[in-house]
Design a protein around this ligand. Structure first.
Ligand SMILES: Cc1cc2nc3c(=O)[nH]c(=O)nc-3n(C[C@H](O)[C@H](O)[C@H](O)COP(=O)(O)OP(=O)(O)OC[C@H]3O[C@@H](n4cnc5c(N)ncnc54)[C@H](O)[C@@H]3O)c2cc1C
Length: 466
């Protein structure tokens, strides 16, 4: 079969790219090695983790907040199997949704592992061993990423798990040790703490959530500690002894020194993700990768081999579903001869814990390092009417604006629903807004978003409710 475009991988990068290309009139095929479409995000990433975060948050809320609100339901009882079913149904609905969209857009789907045999040629091997070769004018690599592993620690997905195993545990561990205080570790650590596990997070760096504004992280760590999560920063897990009934993790200071043993029932290894290019045949066709194994592309997502492009987790940049999606749209438009573009300065980042963390643009540390003069406007949720009536006053909104032009350079939120609130900041920044533009925009009352307006007012030191 001959196509205008073959996309290898059906994650948020791949399937969105395929749909946009079909909308632009291209004949498109998607090659996917897994049984279901949607990639990491829909099958073992964003979607199932958010289902468990949602359900476990309701569980904790029922136990802690309902009584205060005058709703007497007694102590909630956990039916973990039913919670897992709730999650699986959500995943199922989402992956079927992608299958429907691919069909609706008349995109051919080919099940099997794709290998670029030559520019314009993709050989697809099915699980049964059958192989066929497809031809196309352009190929987009959207093969995503895989779990990063720690040398000497074997992930069995039962007791020593990656995020994938942590999404399907069949009982709540009494003690969980999380290796790595990044987004995935803190989200899944939160899920299992809410369901009853004693959670300790070991992190190599001296802070949690590397890359996110320091002030946000400091407050967030205190909130998580109050919730019961323990942290061991500047420390590294060097080995896990899985011979006994309980796991014994050796933990050393990051700088080296005497090791201590921490016992746990489950160890979650969440130290990041690595690009996935296994079996793709990159070397054979000469597609260049960098020292981290990421496919190298230019500003048009083109690799060094003509007609071969790459997007999403398999290339450089934040490993986020919406970044992959936007690159999918952009590359489809570029291949169609249009001016596809992704604004990497305005990619929101959300941690879906409670409270949530959301940010877009630069952190204070980044602006200082770049020598940019800026003003800060901050507003705490303790002074927001809606947060007060909801009894959810943890956190604040912080806006960083250019000292000369007042242009918004970064917005950082810790608080309930921060993930939804950050969209306003992203739109404002995309349009090059000044903090005064946000401050003069009417925000509905009573909403948490009024804290965004107040933080914008605070940039000019004229917030009303503080
Ligand atoms: C637990 C967890 C939670 C996450 N939560 C969030 C979140 O809340 N928000 C967010 O933005 N991001 C989140 N992420 C990250 C997000 O999942 C990824 O950034 C996103 O899936 C990347 O999309 P992609 O299209 O590049 O690759 P993927 O989604 O990884 O898809 C790649 C696809 O390619 C297929 N494939 C690979 N090689 C081949 C081959 N040779 N032939 C055929 N098919 C192939 C794979 O089977 C897979 O289906 C999370 C990740 C994890 C693990």
């Amino acid at each position: 079969m001959s196509y205008d475009l073959i996309v290898i991988g059906s994650g948020p990068g791949g399937y969105v790219c395929a749909i946009r290309a079909a909308q632009l009139g291209m004949k498109v095929a998607v090659v996917e090695k897994d049984k279901t479409f949607g990639g990491t995000c829909l099958n073992v990433g964003c979607i199932p983790s958010k289902a468990l975060l949602h359900a476990s948050e309701r569980y904790e809320e029922t136990g802690q907040l309902f009584d205060k609100m005058g709703i007497k339901v007694g102590k909630p009882k956990l039916d973990l199997a039913a919670m897992m079913k709730f999650k699986d149904e959500g995943v199922d609905g989402n992956v079927k949704g992608v299958a429907y969209l691919l069909k609706k857009n008349k995109i051919d789907t080919v099940q099997g592992t794709g290998r670029i045999a030559a520019p314009g040629k993709v050989e697809v091997k099915s699980a049964g061993g059958k192989s066929e070769t497809l031809e196309a004018k352009a190929i987009v690599i959207a093969t995503g990423s895989d779990v990063a592993r720690l040398p000497g620690i074997d992930i069995d997905e039962k007791r020593i798990v990656s995020s994938t195993g942590a999404l399907v545990l069949d009982k709540v561990p009494e003690r969980m040790l999380v290796v790595g205080a990044g987004v995935i570790g803190l989200e899944l650590g939160s899920v299992w703490r809410r369901l009853g596990a004693d959670v300790i997070v070991v992190e190599f760096l001296d802070r949690i959530l590397p890359g996110i504004d320091n002030e946000v992280c400091r407050q967030f760590q205190r909130i998580l500690e109050r919730q019961g999560i323990k942290f061991k920063l500047s420390s590294k897990v060097t080995a896990v002894d899985a011979n006994g009934k309980t796991l014994k993790a050796s933990v050393e200071p990051a700088a080296g020194g005497a090791a201590e043993t921490i016992e746990a029932d489950v160890v979650l290894v969440s130290i990041g993700r690595v690009p996935y290019t296994e079996g793709l045949g990159l070397e054979g066709v000469g597609v260049r990768t960098d020292n981290k194994g990421r496919v190298m592309v230019d500003e048009h997502f083109a690799t060094n081999v003509p007609g071969v492009y790459a997007i999403g987790d398999v290339i450089a940049g934040p490993m986020l579903a919406h970044k992959a999606e936007d690159e999918g749209v952009a590359v489809a438009e570029i291949i169609a001869g249009q001016a596809g573009h992704v604004n990497y300065d305005v990619i929101p980042n959300v941690v879906y814990t409670f409270p949530e963390i959301a940010s877009v643009g630069k952190s204070e540390e980044e602006l200082k390092a770049a020598g940019v003069a800026f003003n800060v406007g901050k507003f705490p949720f303790t002074a927001n009417g809606r947060a007060k009536i909801n009894h959810q006053t943890d956190g604040f909104v912080k806006i960083l604006a250019d000292a000369k032009t007042d242009r918004v350079l970064g917005v950082h939120i810790v608080g309930a629903d921060a993930g939804n609130m950050i969209a306003e900041a992203a739109v404002a920044m995309e349009f090059g807004a000044a903090s005064e533009d946000i401050a003069r925009t009417c925000h509905a009352h009573p909403t948490l978003t009024e804290a965004v307006k107040e933080a914008a007012l605070a940039v000019a030191k004229r917030s009303i409710n503080m």
